[in-house]
Design a protein around this ligand. Structure first.
Ligand code: NDP
Length: 507
């Protein structure tokens, strides 16, 4: 039998020859192996061969990294530099990342299984974010109050919060660290960064560029390693002032609980179960295209995945039939092929979990109208675009984050019912509303409890626009004009000049 997915070994060999394959820890401006000598091997989820080896950081390495970040913050030049100088350095770093864009993209494709054309797009987006953050470094400012009388003045100044632990997941390895680190740096903070142990390559590669850009030693430290061993202590260590975490809601809650012992500031970007509401007067072609994109982009391994399609009953049959047709044509293939739209899932265990969600939906009475399981392949783990129809809002498939290429379709009868269903899950990250009617599009968008609501588009983004979740999708916002300010503390300076009115004068 012919394998459904054929992997091009020549293209793989050429790509492997262009990227670094072995990565050490980056601590205090230098690359070094882990103190234990241990390493982690990453097998390409698409090709089934070892593509990267990372040093496996343990407690001793974390200790050095936290000392370095603390010293660089407490005594180093970075927090005291002018915003203009930090901005210049961050712009230079953005240029250096851009010059290596293809290498960064290839690493994320090899380690995460995502399509190469998409990975390049993510890198271009990441570079744009670094440049936006570089601009914000010059725009951090506070407030003044000159309204307390002639001899008093109130100044509210912003100071960098200190050492930041940055913990990131595997699904957008370089894009997500780029939503955090440049803003922390723009504010004058120092950082210890822990990428997922499955996709650490691109984050470690960043370490090679820092000195050339002019980032002083110790300001950025990058450790590959496991969550329980180094992620957890990064949320509890007294040397850390703030934790910026992106990952699952389950681990996020544990991190918040752990960090509460030392009351660190927490920024949490967590999961989503994002509804796309399609009304009968929508531009059906555009809505279908966005629905297919939202369901299968990054193989559905995306916090923003539009995994819940809420479709008005008057158009549901037609919409579902066309959605299945388009889903059938989505190109699931070798992620190194530039025509591929959907690559491999991150691990065999994750593929089994996603298949389990679909099997459970079937048991609960939903119809699997397309796909449902793994695709045959020479290597790696690929899953078919999958459509779950006739789902009820109470089913697990309609409430839980699946994180795979699975679209769940739920029918609704009225706008009120659509809003109720949309708001009925624990998450509130994003949503979209499809209608040509202004009142429907804008009115419903206002009623949905989510951090981002698109109307007549889906998953558009811009560095200028804040991103984050309501409810169990997170705490705080990333990006936007307050993104650097988020990594600061406000300090009040209350100034007095001239004679002071005494509290008590001795007789
Ligand atoms: P996890 O929550 O499993 O892991 C996220 C990061 O936390 C990893 O680096 C992980 O390390 C680390 N970690 C694990 N245990 C701990 C701990 N006890 N304390 C501190 N850190 C720990 O998420 P995944 O990597 O599986 O990513 C997928 C999840 O991320 C999805 O649920 C998705 O919704 C969410 N996500 C949210 C986004 C958003 O912006 N809202 C964006 C992208 C993803 P290790 O890898 O070693 O386990």
């Amino acid at each position: 039998m012919t394998a459904a997915i054929r992997l091009d070994s020549t293209r793989l060999a050429e790509t492997l020859a262009r990227v670094p394959r072995s990565h050490e820890l980056f601590v205090n401006g230098r690359f070094a192996p882990a103190k234990s000598g241990k390493t982690i091997e990453r097998v390409s989820p698409a090709h089934g061969i070892k593509v990267s080896t990372y040093a496996e950081a343990g407690g001793a390495d974390l200790d050095l990294a936290l000392d370095a970040a603390r010293a660089a913050f407490d005594n180093g030049p970075w927090p005291a530099m002018s915003g203009a100088e930090r901005s210049r350095i961050l712009h230079k770093l953005a240029d250096l990342i851009e010059a290596k864009l293809d290498v960064f993209a290839a690493l994320d494709t090899l380690e995460a299984g995502k399509p190469i054309s998409q990975a390049r797009g993510e890198m271009a987006g990441a570079v744009d974010i670094w440049r936006y953050a570089a601009g914000l470094a010059r725009d951090l400012h506070g407030e003044t109050y000159s309204t307390f009388g002639a001899n008093k003045l109130g100044l509210v100044v912003r100071e960098p919060i200190g050492v930041v632990s940055i913990i990131t997941p595997w699904n957008f390895p370089f894009l997500i660290v780029s939503q955090k680190l440049p803003f922390a740096l723009a504010a004058g903070c120092t950082a210890v960064v822990k990428p997922s142990e499955m996709t650490s390559g691109s984050t470690l590669l960043l370490g090679q560029l820092l000195a050339e850009a002019g980032i002083p030693e110790g300001v950025v430290n990058i450790l590959s390693g496991y969550g329980p061993q180094i992620g957890a202590p990064m949320t509890t260590d007294p040397r850390v002032d703030m934790v910026s975490f992106t990952g699952s809601t389950r681990v996020g809650k544990a991190a918040v609980a752990a960090a509460s012992a030392t009351l660190k500031k927490m920024s949490m970007e967590l999961g989503g179960k994002n509804p796309q509401l399609v009304f009968p007067d929508a531009d059906m072609d555009a809505a279908l295209d966005a629905a297919v994109f939202g369901a299968y982009f990054n193989a559905g391994e995306c916090c923003n995945a539009g995994s819940r399609l809420l479709v008005h009953q008057d158009i549901a049959a037609e919409f579902e039939a066309e959605f299945v047709e388009r889903s059938r044509k989505v190109v699931v293939d070798d992620p190194l092929d530039s025509r591929t739209l959907v690559g491999a899932l991150i691990s065999p265990q994750h593929l089994a979990l996603v298949e389990g969600h679909v099997a459970n939906a079937k048991l609960q009475g939903a119809d699997i109208t397309l796909g449902g399981g793994r695709l045959e392949s020479e290597a790696g783990q690929f899953m078919a675009a999958t459509v779950v129809a006739q789902a009820r809002p109470s089913m697990a498939i309609a409430r839980d984050e699946v994180f795979g290429p699975v679209a769940t379709i739920i029918r609704f009868a009225s706008a009120d019912e659509a809003v109720t269903i949309a708001n009925s899950v624990d998450y509130g990250l994003s949503a979209s509303v499809w209608s040509r009617d202004f009142d429907t599009a804008v009115g419903i968008a206002r009623r949905i409890r989510a951090g981002t609501v698109w109307t007549n588009t889906f998953m558009d983004g811009a560095a200028e626009l804040p991103f984050g979740g309501f409810r169990q999708s997170g705490i705080g916002r990333e990006l936007g004009r307050n993104a650097a300010a988020d990594y600061t503390e406000e300090k009040t300076l209350h100034l007095h000049c001239g004679p002071r009115t005494a509290w008590w004068l001795p007789r």
